[in-house]
Write a protein that binds this ligand. Sequence first.
Ligand code: SAM
Length: 236
Amino acid sequence: MKKLAQEAKTLFNIDLTPWQLSAVAQYMGELEKWNKRYSLTAIQSPEKVRVKHFLDSFSCYPVMKNTIINRVIDVGTGAGFPGIPLKILFPSMHLTLVDSVKKKTDFCRHIVQELGLGGVDVIRERAERLGKEDGHREKYDWALARAVAQLSELSEYLLPLVKVGGRMLAMKGDSGPAEAHAAGEAIDLLGGHLRQLEQLHLPGVTEDRYLVIIDKVAPTPEKYPRRVGIPAKRPL
Ligand code: SAM
């Protein structure tokens, strides 16, 4: 935990409190236990979990911290990344975690309960359906995702959920700039505008990381998102 605290401070200027450190430790312990039974994530060694799950999720902190973060949604959250680490950093935000796979939403619910996190909804659903629901469509200040889909497909999942004036954030690897370029038209069509491509390096990770940040500048046309499976099959 000491190493994580030092890295969070050096890389992202985050001062982790004792509660935050113990919440992360508890989360890591539960992830290790559940991974043995259910194989929730490919990354399993404690070193990699620290860097590739927690530090990587923390990398969103600097770009989010001086913005409105009342309602945040993490789509395709898997075992809770990046949503739950960010909820630990921003305890007052309301967080919605979405995944279509039951064992993943079961794990997220378990962690939320174990850590005593208030203001978190865990929903087992496809992003394409959620983007059509009144309670979710254009209701979020931020929609986030890591390792879910190529950017044009992902924009069709995330941008319908974002309020005009809010932002979408896609966590990407080396392909970030090329994906942002290729998804330009899709982003415009969905009411977005590319704001920022933030490059990051994580300790011991050779691949560059990118945060692709897209402003929601206009309402998303009603026909998006299309039916389940179509954004993947025929990306915009
Ligand atoms: N975001 C997590 C992370 O970075 O560790 C999990 C990434 S995992 C590779 C992708 C997750 O996205 C899977 O758990 C999958 O079930 C979920 N997913 C993919 N497409 C989805 C969709 N259209 N709606 C909801 N969940 C989706």
